[in-house]
Design a protein around this ligand. Structure first.
Ligand SMILES: [Zn+2]
Length: 200
């Protein structure tokens, strides 16, 4: 598979949520003009952005924190309506599940992924020993997250919810976790064990 890579801008001074009374809309805005660039690669599924995004969707504050850490979904400001739409599509797509033994899921996933529009081909010098390589470049952070979902489907990674903190994570190939993993992290496994020990 060609490497999938995105150069994106993050806002080192953070992102705030602001309600525009006239437009009756909630916006996410960078707190300053400062930007730093950050490169993303879709190479494994141990901590994919798409699941970080879905895991941070419950409150406006958590959404703003996600954008501060990883950048906005699209280039400029984004409204909470856009964010809700994106979350809806991504949530449906991650829940389609592994494609192995389920050919009927392919059409469903194809439909959902067609919401992500442009990815283009390009080149960089980040191959083995800084050699030239061909890469796929998603257009935006949203498209990169769609690429992560496609990769999870490709390797039949299973979506799981942590038994301790309820965060979503993938298990199986390329995830760094066994298929049978019940906790998102060592920390959650230790916390669950402590709870069990305390409950005895
Ligand atoms: Zn957890």
């Amino acid at each position: 598979m060609l490497p999938i890579t995105l150069e994106w801008q993050v806002c080192p001074d953070g992102v705030r949520a602001d309600f525009d009374v006239e437009g009756d809309k909630l916006f996410y805005l960078p707190r300053s003009e400062r930007r730093t660039s950050r490169a993303y690669n879709v190479s494994d599924l141990s901590s994919p952005l798409v699941l970080n995004f879905l895991n941070s969707s419950s409150t406006v504050e958590k959404r703003a924190n996600f954008f501060a850490a990883y950048g906005l979904l699209e280039k400029s400001v984004c409204t909470d309506d856009m964010v809700a739409d994106a979350l809806g599509v991504l949530d449906k797509a991650v829940k389609v599940g592994p494609l192995a033994d389920h050919p009927e899921r392919i059409a469903i996933l194809n439909d959902l992924l067609s919401e992500s529009t442009a990815m283009h081909l390009g080149f960089d010098y980040l191959g083995l020993n800084q050699t030239r390589r061909m890469v796929i470049r998603p257009r935006s952070l949203f498209d990169l997250m769609c690429a992560e979902i496609a990769m999870a489907a490709e390797v039949d990674a299973a979506l799981t919810s942590c038994e301790n903190c309820s965060r979503l994570f993938y298990t199986g190939h390329l995830t760094g976790r066994r298929n049978t993993a019940r906790y998102c992290s060592d920390r959650c496994r230790a916390a669950a064990n402590r709870k069990l020990a305390g409950g005895r």
